[in-house]
Every structure is written in structure tokens, then in C-alpha cells.
Design a binder for this molecule. Structure first.
Ligand code: CMC
Length: 437
């Protein structure tokens, strides 16, 4: 809810042009915003803010982050309380509908999601068109986009029933699609969902069971993966969510908009960080392990090397990432349950964490381990291949994307997204005929 503030901002110009009053709005918490919507009409000028460092692109009621305090709230609830008291599907209900479900609402929601876990059988043939060694995120971008070719009764973004069924289908089918992408790359038969299992246990069944061997999901691992899903479910207007909003703002169908989000998430500065982090640990291990950390850190500090410490730093959290604290806890629990405390890669990660937390370069820049530093280690311990990590993130973030997309479509102020630019290229010039160039 945007409340007009009594305070106004005044924009004045040193060339004597007329000053302009700009309204200010207050949110429930967090910084106020200066409304510049009439700026161009009144002054002929745009604002300039590459990377959206100071620009609110929408108003939203879903997720709130205080980067300085290290606070993350879904619909007002602290992430720590959700991670400790709720499961992923309760969190999905919260993000989609605004509140945690009661017992009856939860049973109804779980049953609606569970009834949509299978995918159209023909999707198997579509999947077969991919090379077996394709990156799972390439496969996921294709599969999610292809849902719009299979589910025609949920593609009208302006129809609330279509939006609702698309949301349920996406949440229900993402685990099936991720598991299919994995089984395909491993050359194993697909496993159909088992609806008597919980959402997360069912995903583990589809990943790790085979037609000849049942898989008994271990409770500690199910809880750990469910927590990964909760912690990654939404993160306000990050790059992939903004991509989903921008893509959906043209009126395209929800599956196409979510496929755009999957594509954006793939990048190593965003969802690809957990994969990049594990690959980085593997490289340090190959260089010689813990003894080589100092050398690696020297490369990271050298601006010309282009080497970054993956899994460290965040655009918004400048003191600590509250998700990282929870994931660190889970990381120790999982490695303990699996007896992997002496795993060399885990030992290396802990040594790297210690050095980076004490090193002046990282301390001065407030670079702390982010959630992906630990979630990669947990996923590897569970047996999820490194190349699938970002697809797991996409599975979890789907609910956030769809909640944000539906919020945008229901917002009376929503318009097609159309950023402007500062043009710095050539001014008008004439074409010289080819022979004379
Ligand atoms: N390793 C080494 N130096 C870094 C790192 C890093 N991971 N991150 C930032 N810096 C330095 C950067 O070089 C700059 O130094 P200086 O002031 O001397 O030029 C300073 O810290 C500020 O960095 P920035 O690039 O202005 O920060 P940003 O807010 O634009 O970037 C980031 C945020 C997440 C893209 C970046 O920290 C990064 O690339 N981290 C590694 C990738 C990663 O782990 N991403 C996952 C984020 S969590 C998952 C999610 O929410 O998607």
C-alpha cells in the first residue's frame, strides 16, 4: 500500500529551468520512494540508474529485505521462523495468497498441487530432442517454455482462473521436470511422481529411485532440501523476478514469463553462483587444497585477474545474508548425519570461509558468505550433481516468480515495462554507397 507522504521532493536545475515538485510515497517499512512518473512530461529528462541501484520498479506486498539489518520477510514473517516452523508448500501458500494456511487450507492446497505433479506424457519426446550432455538450465528453459504448448487452458494471463491454475501447475510440475532433466542426462528411466510422499520427498524419489530400486528418503535430507526450497522461494525484485515481471508485462503467458526467469537465473552472478562456487572449490582442490587458499585469495584481490570468490557478496545484504546463517546450520546437520565432516571439499570450504571472514579485503567490502556458498555444499552431500544446482534454485523460486507476476497483473497501475536510455551513439548521418566506403 503506497501512502502519500506530507514531504515533497523538489528538483531544481542550475540552468534556471523551472523547479519541479515530486510526490513521495511511504511503504509499510523500508525507504520511501520519489514518484518521477511525470518527470519526462514536465522536464523532457529521464533519470539514469543502470542496474536499478536506486530505483523501485513496482510496489509489492510480498517480500521485504533489509540489507543492512540482514532481515528477510515473506509477507511479514521472518525467514528464520518460516524455516523453523513451516514446510515449503505452506510457504508457497503464504507467498501466493498472502497468509499461512490453516489445517484445512493446507490440506486443500497440498491436494491441488499433488494432483498436478505429472506432466503431459509427450513432454518426454520433447526432452529427447536435447543432447544428453546439455546443461540442465538449457533443458529447463526449454521445458518450462514448452509448458505453454501443452496446457492451453492456463495461458491467458488476464484470466484469474488461468493464472491460478498456471501457478499450481508450475509449482507442481517443476520437481518433475527437474528430475526428468536429471534422469535424461544420467541415461536412466524417468520416475513418475508418487503422490503419497511429501512435495520434497517426492522430488527426491523422482531423482534417486529407479524402477528396480526403491529409494527411502532420509528425513534429515528431506528437511534440508525443503529448507533450501523455503530459503530460495522469493527474494523481492532480484534480476530473475524483474525479468519475469518485465516479460509478463507484455501480456505473454505465465509459462513463457517463468521460462524467461529461468534463463536469467542461470547466470553466475545470480542463481548460477552455487554451481560456480562448487566448481571454484573443485579448482582450489585441484591446485592443492587448503594450502593453496592463500594463493587463490591473492588472485581474487587482483582486479585484473577477473577471479571472484563465488558464494560471497550480495547486492542487497551488506552485513550478512540471513539465509546463509540458516543454510550453514543445515549444512553442518546434513554433513553430520551423513558422516561427511571430514570430506576434503567441505574442509576446504570451511577453511575458505574462515580466511575470507578475517581478511581485510572482504571485511572492508562487507563480503560475507551468501546462501549459495552453503547450499551448494548441502546439495552435493545429498547427491545432487553440481550442474543441477541452479535448476533446484529455479524449482524453489518458481513460486516467488508466479506470485510476483500475478501481483503485477492484478495491480491497476501496471503498464508494459519500457525503460528509457541515454543515447551516446552516432547522431543522424547518411549512408555512403558501398563502392564509395
Ligand atoms: N569476490 C571478490 N570481490 C568481490 C566479490 C566477490 N565475490 N563481490 C564483490 N566484490 C568486490 C568488488 O570487486 C568491489 O570491489 P571494489 O570496491 O574494490 O571495486 C566491491 O566488492 C563491491 O562489489 P560490487 O560488484 O559493487 O557489488 P554488487 O552489489 O554489484 O555485486 C554480486 C553483488 C552478488 C554480483 C557480487 O558480490 C558477486 O559477483 N558475488 C559472487 C557471485 C555470487 O555469489 N552471487 C550469488 C548472490 S546470492 C544468490 C542470489 O540472490 O541470486
Amino acid at each position: 500500500m503506497m501512502t502519500p507522504s506530507d514531504v515533497k521532493a523538489t528538483l531544481s536545475f542550475s540552468d534556471g529551468s523551472a523547479a519541479m515538485d515530486l510526490p513521495i510515497y511511504k511503504g509499510t517499512i523500508g525507504p520511501d520512494v520519489i514518484d518521477i512518473r511525470k518527470l519526462y512530461a514536465q522536464t523532457g529528462k529521464f533519470t539514469y540508474d543502470p542496474g536499478f541501484l536506486s530505483t523501485a520498479s513496482c510496489n509489492s506486498t510480498i517480500t521485504y529485505i533489509d540489507g543492512d539489518k540482514g532481515e528477510l520477510l515473506y509477507r511479514g514473517y521472518p525467514i528464520e521462523q518460516l524455516a523453523e516452523n513451516c514446510d515449503f508448500l505452506e510457504t508457497c501458500h503464504l507467498l501466493l495468497y498472502g497468509d499461512l494456511p490453516n489445517v484445512a487450507q493446507k490440506a486443500d492446497f497440498v491436494s491441488r498441487v499433488t494432483n498436478h505433479t505429472m506432466v503431459n506424457e509427450q513432454m518426454q519426446f520433447f526432452l529427447r530432442g536435447f543432447r544428453r550432455d546439455a546443461h540442465p538450465m538449457a533443458v529447463m528453459t526449454g521445458l518450462v517454455g514448452a509448458l505453454s504448448a501443452f496446457y492451453h487452458d492456463s495461458t491467458d494471463i488476464n484470466n484469474p482462473q488461468h493464472r491460478e491454475i498456471a501457478a499450481i501447475r508450475l509449482i507442481a510440475k517443476m520437481p518433475t521436470l527437474v528430475a526428468m532433466a536429471y534422469k535424461y542426462s544420467a541415461g536412466q528411466p524417468y520416475m513418475y511422481p508418487k503422490n503419497k510422499l511429501s512435495y520434497t520427498a517426492n522430488f527426491m524419489h523422482m531423482m534417486f529411485a529407479t524402477p528396480c530400486e526403491d529409494y527411502e528418503p532420509n528425513d534429515v535430507l528431506v528437511r534440508a532440501l525443503d529448507r533450501i526450497f523455503i530459503l530460495h522461494a522469493d527474494h523481492e525484485q532480484n534480476a530473475s523476478t524483474s525479468t519475469v515481471r518485465l516479460c509478463g508485462s507484455s501480456g505473454t503467458n505465465p509459462f513463457a514469463a517463468i521460462a524467461a526467469g529461468v534463463a536469467c537465473l542461470w547466470g553466475p552472478a545470480h542463481g548460477g553462483a552455487n554451481e560456480a562456487c562448487l566448481n571454484m572449490l573443485g579448482e582450489i582442490q585441484q591446485m592443492g587444497g587448503v594450502e593453496k587458499i592463500g594463493e587463490f585469495i591473492r588472485q581474487v584481490k587482483d582486479k585484473n585477474s577477473g577471479v571472484k570468490l563465488m558464494g560471497f557478496g550480495h547486492r542487497v545484504y551488506k552485513n550478512y545474508d540471513p539465509r546463509a546463517k540458516l543454510m550453514r546450520e543445515t549444512c553442518h546437520e546434513v554433513l553430520g548425519a551423513l558422516g561427511l565432516e571430514n570430506d576434503p571439499l567441505f574442509k576446504l570450504a570451511m577453511a575458505l570461509e574462515k580466511i575470507a571472514l578475517e581478511d581485510e579485503y572482504f571485511v572492508a567490502r562487507k563480503l560475507y558468505p551468501n546462501v549459495d556458498f552453503y547450499s551448494g555444499i548441502v546439495q552435493r552431500a545429498i547427491g545432487i550433481p553440481v550442474s543441477l544446482f541452479t535448476a533446484i534454485f529455479a524449482l524453489a523460486r518458481t513460486v516467488g516468480w508466479i506470485a510476483q507476476l500475478n501481483e503485477m497483473i492484478g495491480d491497476p497501475e501496471y503498464k508494459i515495462g519500457r525503460p528509457r536510455q541515454l543515447f551516446a551513439g552516432s547522431a543522424r548521418r547518411d549512408v555512403t554507397p558501398l563502392a564509395a566506403r
